[in-house]
Write a protein that binds this ligand. Structure first.
Ligand code: CMC
Length: 389
């Protein structure tokens, strides 16, 4: 129609209104429900921030305790669902395993699939928050061929997750508080980022009145790509390649600038942030703290800092307003914590879950919501007659 505008990548088109997250990309501002991300990162915790994003206000102490308890009580997976993971190949990417597991939740919890029934929405929210980290840990255990542990509901959300990943049946496991606090902070920094590709996917799927598990499973698949959540994994592969090849940072940056096929500075650039990514600053702080506290010396952190230094002082990157994004330093930290590279995007998925849920719920309670159905500009053949043979 005459009203259709072509907007590849939705650079100029708002698909919804939202009261959850505010971003000013020019000034590097990110706020959850009005609270600056820096204050959230320094004062809150994962579940409190999840509540804030989902319900709109900070919880009272008793609301938070109740939320935490409800989530702890729903961590167990049905035994058949536990065995579902056995059917997948050991070398499967944990993101594919995770999205399959979340999709399978809608087969086990058919009593909580209605997006229009508030009680069902509530129970599916709690189930998903409780079970996704367990399935994420199983996707890790699966990939290294170790036995799955049962959740330990005496532990906090993050500590339980760490134990499920790094505990074994053979030995007792003690959570390292430095690792726990750092992971909690990284997860908080990922909790929401308004209409990014995966959240928009959750909304688009949800706009058909699909259930929460189906919508979030689609979001996980959208997050998987290297231009989105997969970038944290891609950054580490890039740093490792630079190290292994011995070509040096300057040479690599030259190849990026020459736009050699497939060569990008992963972890740099952002659709919205054109000055700096406020999350990247906070992550960089954590990278130094965690590596120092764990006594880890990693050449990859040195290469990352050198790359950052080169890029920030180079006209190519300055002209294009390319700065480190949230993913530039996360991989180095996750590696120091002991996560294999293929788990990095899974960690992003756990972090982003409250945002996906919050947006899905906001959409379902907004009376203006309509099924998502983009327009196109047709550029194919005009009408023609099928040849008679
Ligand atoms: N390395 C080298 N050049 C780049 C990069 C990069 N990482 N990012 C953008 N450019 C160049 C791009 O080639 C283009 O140059 P020119 O104008 O000469 O053609 C210019 O900068 C503008 O880039 P764009 O592709 O139009 O920007 P976009 O808004 O469409 O893409 C992006 C944003 C994040 C996909 C992109 O910057 C990118 O691919 N970055 C690397 C992947 C990455 O780190 N992704 C994580 C994003 S943050 C976490 C998340 O939300 O998932």
């Amino acid at each position: 129609t005459g009203l259709t505008t072509l907007d590849y990548g939705f650079v100029n088109t708002a698909a919804t209104r939202s009261a959850i997250t505010y971003i000013d990309g020019e000034q590097g501002i990110l706020r959850y429900r009005g609270y600056p991300i820096e204050q959230i990162a320094h004062n809150s915790n994962f579940l409190e921030t999840a509540w804030l994003l989902i319900y709109g206000e900070l919880p009272t102490a008793s609301e938070l305790e109740d939320f935490d308890n409800r989530i702890r009580r729903h961590t167990l997976l049905h035994e058949d669902l536990r065995r579902f993971f056995d059917a997948l190949p050991t070398n499967a990417h944990p993101m594919s395993v995770l999205s399959s597991g979340v999709s399978a939740l809608s087969t086990y919890y058919q009593d909580s699939l209605s997006p229009k029934d508030p009680a069902q929405v509530e129970i599916s929210t709690v189930r998903l928050l409780a079970k996704l980290p367990v399935m994420a840990a199983y996707s890790h255990k699966k990939s290294i061929g170790q036995a799955f542990l049962y959740p330990d509901n005496s532990l906090s959300f993050v500590d339980n997750f760490l134990k499920l990943n790094f505990g074994t049946l053979a030995e007792p496991y003690e959570v390292n508080p430095v690792v726990s606090r750092a992971l909690e902070r990284l997860l908080m920094l990922h909790e929401d980022h308004e209409q990014n590709a995966s959240t928009s996917t959750v909304r688009l799927v949800g706009s058909t009145e699909a259930n929460l598990f189906a919508s979030v499973s689609a979001g996980i698949n959208a997050l998987f790509g290297p231009l989105h959540g997969g970038a944290n994994e891609a950054v580490l592969s890039m740093l490792q390649d630079i190290k292994d090849s011995g070509e040096g940072v300057a040479k690599y940056v030259e190849r990026v600038k020459n736009k050699e096929a497939g060569v990008k500075l992963m972890g740099f650039g952002h659709r919205v942030y054109k000055n700096y990514d406020p999350r990247a600053k906070l992550v960089k702080e954590s990278a130094h703290e965690v590596l120092a506290a764990l006594g880890v010396q990693d050449d990859l952190l040195d290469i990352a800092m050198e790359l950052e230094h080169y890029a920030l002082n180079d006209d190519y990157f300055k002209e294009r307003k390319l700065y480190p994004n949230v993913d530039f330093y996360t991989g180095v930290i996750y590696k120091a914590m002991g996560f294999p590279t293929r788990m990095f995007t899974v960690l992003f998925a756990i972090g982003r879950l409250p945002g996906w849920i919050g947006h899905w719920r906001e959409m379902n309670t907004d009376p203006a919501t309509k099924i998502g159905r983009p327009q196109q500009l047709y550029v194919g053949s005009p009408a023609r007659d099928y040849p008679t043979r």
